[in-house]
Design a protein around this ligand. Sequence first.
Ligand code: HEM
Length: 518
Amino acid sequence: MVDVNQIYDKIPEYDHNLPDYDEYYNKLIIGISLLLIIPSLYYLYRNSAYLLDVTPKETVITVEKEFSTNENDVFPEISSCGGFIPYLRKLHEDQGDLVSSKLPYPNTISVVDPMIMKATLQIGDRPINLFKFLEPFLGNDNLQIHDSKRAAKFRKLVGSSFGHDVLVAKYPILRDIVVEFIEKWENMVMKDKNTVFKMQEQCLEFSLRTTLNVVISIDEKNLDVNTYKKSYDAVLIGLFDKQFGKLDTLREEEFQEGINFMKSLTCKLIDQRRKELNKTNSEGETKVKDLFDILVSENDPHTGKPFTDEAITNYISGYIMAGYHTTGVAIPYTLFALSQNHDVQVKLHEEIDKTLEGRLPTFDDLSNMEYLTQVVKESLRVHPPGSFFARLLKSETILPTMSESKDLRIQADTTILYPIPLYHENPKFFPQPEKFDPTRFSQDKIKDIEPNTYCPFGSGARICPAERFSLMDIKMVVCLILQKFNVELAMKPEDLIKEERFANMPKNDVLIKLELRS
Ligand code: HEM
């Protein structure tokens, strides 16, 4: 056995004449520190210009907590300007890139500044109040107002529903829908070559049908598209007008009937889809899942339980609502732009003819036709369907700005509005912004576009999840129209007046004449 006392006896007494190891150690540490600190100081000195950029700048604007003006003063002014975007345009002309007063919403700023957009890309929260008007249709727990964490989980779950595989699988059905429209228009033109087409009306029907197909793979034999469209229009226009108290009793009734019709239809479809999926699973078939399939077969990542019927109905309604009017107006705006820019139309005809040689476009053809893509992107720049997108800064944040001398200190719970058209029409970001020039998006010039200035689909964490589908949808129609027809405007260009509804709609429609190409 080991005697602990013996061990202690063997330990020599502490000798004060022995060298002081603590002192050696301290000297060593100081030496090493100097070796590290001196080069670091030299590095700081050499790079001071760069470092100055990241230290807070002298002027810091603090956005005040309550600065909204009286609503009664602002709303008449908005309507006398012709809408919220023209009103914001005027405020930005007066106040610069950052507008922080005279806005109709509390604790809100409007910014036209790519640095601020870049600094806020990761923010996924939206101001709930701004989207409250959607509640009668989408419920008080809809995707638009999910906080960033919940939205991110949901978007991850359903992300594949607008992915490449789904679009490729759906492509033949979607193209058949376009072909049906083209044949209808061709027959009308053959009967009367002076036929004037209300293109917004036509394209809204088209976009509703393709959106329904992509989101819920609807079998159109079981759906009266016209009744469905009428209900959707009554709901979308009603939602918008209701927030300004502009819905009379008759339209309120149509609005409620529309909501009831669509909700009961979706409920029926849910039961049907569950049965279909059970059958497919039991037969061991694999199928590309659309949004509807995912919602009826997966758990809600927020609750860990299956999505309720109410939640499924609200998500489906939200997706169709977000896709229907936006894509539906983007197509007539593109036709308007082509009618006003003959050289662009000729060049696009050439690309289509050369690529397709008279056959129908494949999915890959649409991606490969570079000029077609450029035309659609430029059209979305000049005529963006959306007015603005918004984010909520929940905590106090300092943001860098375009101005060399300013940082922006934003208080907690401030809403940032990003007015899309004001970015797109700013000559600092798009020289000669009024010019319709698709080559801005050509491979050699696209790098000149300042990042975070082109934003028809929003930006960052909550960017539109269906961008790829929308571009394909718009390109497909434009391609097939141009393959068959010359496009001519049948109204005065100055009569194209944009009216802010759920999307920026052409108030007097877009009247187009289609001339059969020889
Ligand atoms: C030209 C067509 C379209 C345009 C211009 C457009 C534009 C936008 C914009 C500006 C936003 C807000 C993004 C943000 O806050 O950063 C958005 C969101 C959204 N869009 Fe689109 N969109 C289009 C088509 C579609 C289609 C076809 C669908 C679905 C079928 C769709 C579904 C959605 C959804 C679900 C959101 C909300 C995403 C979220 O809250 O996380 N959009 N879209």
